[in-house]
Design a protein around this ligand. Sequence first.
Ligand code: FES
Length: 193
Amino acid sequence: MVDPVAIGFGAGLVLVFVALHVARGTGWEATADISEEVIERRASTVEETEFPEPGSRAIGGGSVPAGAVAAGEDGELEEGAAAEDSVGPGDIPDDEIEYFEVEFAKEGDTIEVANNETVLEAGEDEGWDMPYACRQGQCVSCAGQITSGGNAEEYVEHDDQQMLDDAELDEGYTLTCVAYPRADFAIETGEAP
Ligand code: FES
């Protein structure tokens, strides 16, 4: 025997559930697309760089302009070149430093000069008034003459001197601002070829 009251009650419950379901469904809205906002917010926490970056840190980017790549490569090359340039006759480690006796004839004294300091610096350290101008081997203001006999470069190593030719070196001339001692010698300062 079917109870019409129970059927009515059941049907009523079903209707209520359906009504609730439909009512909730119509109130639903798609979540707003916040991905751009999230990217912006995260990007703002990352420090800005001065170069374009590929990948996720560059908003709206991802490709690097050709010029930027070239600049980067140049930078690396320059660094490499600078590293090579930094190795000169004066770049001698502390445990390989040697001292040589250098007689400064005009100053009337003989001093010990380390193989990682220039003849000019050594004279200045003594308080002598040594002539100089560029301090880069590109003039002859600091020139002196080694009087120990033979080519100047038997006694000193020049760090890239540009001014003295072979004949002048043979006569003992040296540019004291870029001359590092490699043997004992005597020198007349203030003597240019
Ligand atoms: S000061 Fe110019 S070459 Fe030495």
